[in-house]
Ligand binder design. Sequence first.
Ligand SMILES: Nc1ncnc2c1ncn2[C@@H]1O[C@H](COP(=O)(O)OP(=O)(O)OP(=O)(O)O)[C@@H](O)[C@H]1O
Length: 748
Amino acid sequence: MTILQHPDYANERTRLEATKEYIGLVLTESERNEDAFRADIKDAYARLNSLDGSEGYIALLTSARFLDMTRQNLRQLQQVQSKPYFCRIDVKPENYDQIQPLYIGKASLFRPDTQEPVIVDWRSPIANVYYEGRIGPISYETETGTEHGELFRKRQYTIDGGELHDFRDLDITTRDELLQESLGGSADSRLKDIVSTIQEEQNRVIRAEMYRPMIVQGAAGSGKTTIALHRIAYLIYTYGDKFNPDQFMILAPHQLFLKYIADVLPELGVEAVKQTTYLDFVFEGMGKKLKLTDPNERLYQFLEGGDNVDHLRFVSRFKGSLEYKQGIDAYLDALTLRMLPKEDFKLAKHVICKYQEIRKFFREDYVRLPIYKRVEKIKKILQDRLKAKKKEIFQHIIDHYDNEIDQAFIMYKDPEKRRTNVVKLMDTKEDLLKKVEARSKTLVKDFMAKFPKQTLVAHYREFLQGLPASEEIGFLQAHTFALLDKKKMELEDTAALLYLQHKLFGLLAEFKIRNLVIDEAQDYSVFQLLALKEVLGSDMFTILGDLSQGIHSYRGVESWDKVLDAVFPSGNCNYLVLEQSYRTTVEIMNLANRVIVHSQTPGLVLAKPVVRHGDEPRQEVFTEESDLIARVLSDVEQLKAQGMNSIAVIGKTMAECQRIKQGIDKHGTSLNVHVLDEKEDYGGTDLVIVPAYVVKGLEFDAVFIVNLQEEYTAEELDVKLLYVAMTRPLHRMAVYSMEGKTGLLDMI
Ligand SMILES: Nc1ncnc2c1ncn2[C@@H]1O[C@H](COP(=O)(O)OP(=O)(O)OP(=O)(O)O)[C@@H](O)[C@H]1O
């Protein structure tokens, strides 16, 4: 049966036309009078409230949040005009006698005249039924509690350019055609939104409670990045009355990645969320006091091997550990004792503030402030106290000498002696008052000068100096001092320096961020996560990562259990696992899984591909580099002819990538070929050549893994790098190696 023969076709077309027409009307009207439009909606809501007594239905409509029809929602309506909704659910809320067809889309729209929700936002509570509900009894959470009802139908639509192309009903046995269609599509240099095909396990992550931190271990291609962005959109919608979009931040690994995800939030109608990299955040917080060495330098050292590999491994691991942070805490504690002058604050023997009291201010009352801010606070207190006491002290001196003078009048009978003594006493009094007056002018300044002041870097050096001696610590100290001498730091130092900046001086930028989403979180150390938690003063974290892709595991997460214990010791952190992988074909995923089983990833869970088949990945060995390059280029031409536009050649290192590029240049090609690093954008390039460690998080229609001079061995790092490379393609993959460079590939 074609779509045109479907008994509901006419109705569905009419509904679509009516929706488009209504959107058009709303937009015209709203352009004319946006304020009046808002008032109309409120009015309609008020009428609805009096017309319909069913609380469930009211809650359902309330949940659609038509009251929140803001300018942004209007912009969103403009965006959805050509595809107003993607599905429909037919529900009958309890206590309501009619089945309600609800059309779900990326905006929220309500018809005030008929009280009919025209489009229900995908993030509203009732829309959860589309993602999780089965035909039959259902329940869903609203602001007022759990609502019950029955679901009669789930229908998906293919609408394009405002035209209805197809629709189909879903039940538990039907294949999710929309998902298959979506996954079968072509990769772009930009990530896309997936609102119409969010899967149940992903939906749970997106809608998980906001106030509890959450860790998501998700297989390659399980949608972590996509979910991270949808979760932000969901939280902003759901908790919009408590948090503004600028209180949300997503941290991505590098600029290239930020560009890759840049479009998703605006597509979801969300603006003003801070999207940045961890390093840019650190620099914003502590300023550019030191230059950063290449963040991948350690990785190159491990790839190349060398003399100090074990020591460097220790440096990376230790600098990111809970112990390192605890060491800094102990240093800071000792510092606050050491800094404080062990004396009372007094003027001319008059105690104005006792040492014990100053100590209490410093170590107890203002302990939440950065140390140097506490010093300023104490300065202010002493100034105020001095001002308040000064008059009293002066009076005391005056009284004392006046008394002495009175005594002198009585004691000395001889007028000459009396005169001399009285004059002397009066001069002494004047002198003292002058001295005390002069002293009081610099008293606070002099006292405060006793608090030693050092720069951030000097404090870090001092902390390092005080580490308990051992061979490894000796290496760490020499290594770090050599960097600091050159005014440099390495990525591994950033957690300590950000933390110290926060604890000593306060951050340079004031962050409003309360809710943090971290993608590629397997590369973060425990200390980095703790430092972020501390500086943001919040643990509303969504942490998404994949240990199997932990190519920086020497400095990153060893196991999620460690993160749970060290970063969220109160035990309130949610932990979820996503096994299903959506990116690639069964054939490619199976090969990648045969690679990753060679790693020592703790608690390794293999990715399960959604059932989508494609060509077997090709593996070939060449004796001439020129033949290999020629083969890649002819394959690329073929793939392009088949409509695959996003194609990558992945080399193990940057040097390997440069060699591949030289080979291509030598061979000659009309293709636009570009070697990618972490800063660039690659939209519009025919073929990108990219090192395995940069390609993490990205995806392409087709991938060539090329080994000219380098090979992937059975070493842990190589296994993970190859796995990352193999999990990038959506549709096709080939592994082309020179003779003798097949390493791990021979073992799988
Ligand atoms: N429910 C879904 N519907 C349609 N496409 C999906 C869905 N979930 C994920 N995808 C697609 O799968 C691909 C992988 O998603 P994403 O990059 O977010 O995964 P990831 O877990 O971050 O991957 P990796 O860790 O390998 O970088 C993307 O093309 C995304 O659009």
